[in-house]
Design a protein around this ligand. Structure first.
Ligand SMILES: C[S@@+](CC[C@H](N)C(=O)[O-])C[C@H]1O[C@@H](n2cnc3c(N)ncnc32)[C@H](O)[C@@H]1O
Length: 353
């Protein structure tokens, strides 16, 4: 869509290019180096003395940061570069990407060969899959909540930023009830409702996720308009009077058969005239630029991403109309697929199958 802004949060990846630069940044954030330099320029020895760091270690760290473009040398003093200072406005995203990529580093080191040659063997050993334990989100026992919270923190931060590119493309003025399936902590619903005061939302997700989502939104002004529906979206009853059903970064988790079931349940939840929206990462084809180390999670999950064809065919088969698919270039490409359920009397297209 022409005229939409480049999203400023995308600037963080430029400082997560390499493993060394990313880990240097992680240490600098952890040790307070970035906080000190955000306030005032300082020489490396003065920084070491102030933060009680080893002098040589501090010099190594600041050199890594300087070569990664985060610091600039002005005489004796080191200062944050303007570009890094701008990216630091998204510190939560930076920290989430650092944490997520670092967690998956063993998957890259020990698993890349298997990912290419034997994906099931890769998956069996993957740290990523060990993190996203949906089976531990089926109840709200304290240890399951703690395990679920580890990944929910990451998905919530990612959605805090990925919601805008989706919502900027959705004119929701005429919608009243959103169902977000796999809606996680409710962050997308919250942002949709903040933009559209007439909208109410149901966030359908697993029990531990819903419990943490209620906590996440406890202080949000939109909270009273958001209902959490805890259960398995493949089998649990869903509302039947929604005019918008959304799947964000959800369907790629599922093999085609279950993805079709979820879509058909979404269509059943829609009033005639209502809309289905799918927003998720698209299969990687030619990369426009070398990917950053901070994009490692996306690269390791790449085998799960689809092109729009599967969704377009499935929605056509379910009788939906006005199906549109567009690629949305963010850090790496996303796709947005939208369609609407025919109103009574509208000619439904020929159903497949
Ligand atoms: C990759 S996350 C995406 C979350 C969120 N939509 C986002 O964009 O950040 C997939 C979501 O689907 C939820 N989920 C997994 N299995 C589910 C099921 N059977 N029923 C409902 N939600 C499920 C997970 O708990 C998680 O919140």
């Amino acid at each position: 869509m022409p005229g939409l802004p480049m999203y400023p949060y995308l600037a963080v990846d430029q400082f997560l290019q390499t493993l060394l630069g990313t880990r240097a940044l992680a240490s600098a954030l952890e040790l307070g180096v970035i906080d000190v330099l955000a306030d005032e320029a300082s020489s490396a020895p003065a920084l070491a003395a102030r933060l009680r760091l080893d002098g040589n270690g501090c010099l190594l760290l600041t050199e890594l940061l300087r070569h990664a473009g985060m610091l600039e040398q002005h005489g004796d003093a080191l200062a944050l570069s303007d570009a890094f200072r701008a990216a630091l406005a998204f510190r939560d995203l930076m920290e989430a990407k650092i944490a997520f990529s670092t967690l998956l580093l063993p998957d890259l080191v020990q698993g890349l060969t298997a990912l290419v040659a034997d994906p099931p063997a890769f998956l069996a050993r993957s740290r990523a899959l060990a993190l996203f334990r949906y089976d531990r989100a089926l109840d709200t026992a304290a240890d399951n909540l703690a395990d679920t919270e580890r990944w929910l923190r990451l998905t919530t931060v990612l959605t805090r930023y990925e919601a805008a590119p989706l919502l900027d493309r959705l004119p929701l003025g005429g919608h009243f009830r959103l169902l977000d399936i796999g809606g996680n902590s409710g962050e997308l619903a919250r942002q949709a409702l903040a933009r559209h005061p007439q909208l109410r939302a149901v966030v359908a997700d697993l029990p531990a996720v819903c419990a943490l989502g209620r906590r996440h939104l406890a202080q949000a002004p939109e909270r009273a308009r958001i209902e959490f529906l805890a259960g398995d979206a493949l089998t649990a009853p869903l509302p039947t009077d929604c005019d918008l059903v959304c799947f964000k970064s959800m369907l790629h988790d599922w093999p085609e058969a279950q993805a079709r079931t979820l879509l058909s349940r979404a269509v059943a939840a829609l009033r005639p005239g209502g809309r289905v929206v799918i927003f998720e990462r698209r299969r990687l084809e030619q990369l426009a630029a070398p990917p950053a180390f901070g994009q490692l999670p996306v690269l390791l999950f790449a085998g799960f991403y689809r092109t729009a064809d599967f969704y377009v065919q499935t929605l056509t088969g379910l009788g939906l109309m006005g199906i549109e698919a567009e690629v949305v270039e963010l850090d790496l490409p996303f796709m947005l697929v939208t369609a609407h359920k025919p109103t009574a009397g509208a000619a439904a297209p020929h159903r497949q199958g």
